[in-house]
Ligand binder design. Sequence first.
Ligand code: HEC
Ligand code: HEC
Ligand code: HEC
Ligand code: HEC
Length: 410
Amino acid sequence: MAPMSSSRQFVLWCFGALAATLVLIGILVFEYRAPARRHVLYVVGVPEKGAELFFGQKHCSGCHAINGRGGSIGPDLATIHPARPAMAWLATALWNHAPAMWRRVPNEAPPQLDQEEMAHILAFLYRASASDIQGDPRVGSLVFSLKGCIRCHSVRGQGGNSAPELSKVAAGDSVAWVGAMWTHAQHMIGPITREIGAWPEFQGEEMSHLIAFVSDGQSPALDAFAGETALRGDAQHGWRVFQDKCFACHSVAGKGGHVGPELGPDRELPHSTSRFAAILWNHAPAMVTRVQQHSVAMPTLEGGEIKDVLTFLISLEYFEPSGSPLLGERVFSERGCARCHGPKGEGTSQGPRLRPTPNAYTLVSLASTLWNHGPGMAARAQQLGAPWPTLEGTDLGDLTGFLNDSGNAK
Ligand code: HEC
Ligand code: HEC
Ligand code: HEC
Ligand code: HEC
């Protein structure tokens, strides 16, 4: 490990202590080093708990739906597409839209979100934004014919009979289907390619449509919400599966094998299980060739492992950026924070002193603090005729770096 500056080490310790005290189940600590950058990656927050807050206590669902379930005053939050790093993007979206949200309920106190609640809500929104669509059985029937599956397989009496009838495989369980397809791909590459003339690849949502067709519309979409819980994989288990079954050929952040492409946070991967399953299927022939050349085992994926691996891989895109205190100072003045809090965060008559901070901020705790003080800030901004300080891109990370760096605080 490269030597760390002492302020960075301090921040790492604070993050570590925070993570330990939060006692959250879904904590994944992953160190990522690229030549020009160094991040500490955290997934803190439990999506299922976020779902409870969202639909319950915090009443977000009074205005927002997830996949059509909930209110329609605000946007359906399953349709948002967080850019990377996702946690910062979501926290920024929440902050920037806050005044519009609060205006809708002028007589009610806006819901407060403490750090843990903020972490859960952000984790929940991240997963919700990655849900699969519910496929259309009629489109799926076309997919089944056009890809040539129908030449060997039948579904409810229609099609060939040289291979198993498929209507039972996906019944009620879409994950079992993608697992079965993956397992069988490795034995069938030769015969299928000979029969069809080329390996049938899947694009876009074709896999979701195919699942809807074979299961006769009985299987829920892969990442659909069952009741109020998000059906999603377990990132920590996914990381273990990844090390067992994929690491020999694939690297993450430079660590691991180099037979296949790097699958770390900079790799564009789809967030929905059906699209991910399609990618795995499409690349099966290339993987099988390499398995033979490199005499490694072809990985099978049992039960929910495919979801777990995907959850691990997309969790890498969710890290807290380690912001720059120098950029942060500039952001602090350009976004108008300095107007009320002073250029170095020393405080003015319009806003309290912010540096040195009693406790180092993490992105989540800053997001939570801002959220909770937001109404007070908004009232002050209105008195002064100052605009709401809208944030962009990596601002939150840089602001965190600036507020935590007490070096030049006066
Ligand atoms: C009183 C209604 C209301 C409540 C309650 C509410 N919101 Fe909103 N929310 C809105 C509206 C309206 C917008 C769109 C604002 C705009 O257009 O600027 C929005 C926007 C958002 C956005 C940004 C979406 C985007 O496309 O960028 C997020 C994220 C969000 N809300 C999350 C939440 C969460 C989490 C909660 C619960 C803590 C919540 N909202 C509670 C009305 C509400
Ligand atoms: C050349 C004939 C052929 C074609 C074309 C073909 N398959 Fe198969 N498929 C088989 C055979 C044979 C088996 C059983 C072999 C085995 O178990 O490994 C099988 C097994 C399967 C299984 C596992 C069934 C189970 O009971 O676990 C699935 C799922 C599957 N195929 C899906 C597909 C899909 C989807 C397509 C179209 C993209 C397709 N197959 C195209 C021959 C074919
Ligand atoms: C025997 C080596 C090997 C193993 C084991 C292996 N892969 Fe691959 N993988 C490859 C190769 C080679 C490619 C590139 C295929 C191509 O270029 O078409 C690939 C491509 C991929 C891709 C597509 C990347 C893209 O964006 O195009 C994904 C995703 C992937 N593998 C995931 C996995 C996962 C998940 C596992 C573990 C369950 C795994 N692989 C196990 C060799 C392997
Ligand atoms: C219009 C004046 C104004 C602007 C602009 C402003 N703030 Fe504030 N800020 C306040 C006031 C007033 C409070 C105290 C509000 C309260 O406690 O309800 C506050 C509270 C805070 C707190 C909580 C401090 C604590 O003691 O917990 C933080 C952190 C903060 N602001 C950061 C920022 C950042 C970052 C920006 C720029 C994006 C910003 N503020 C922009 C007026 C402002």
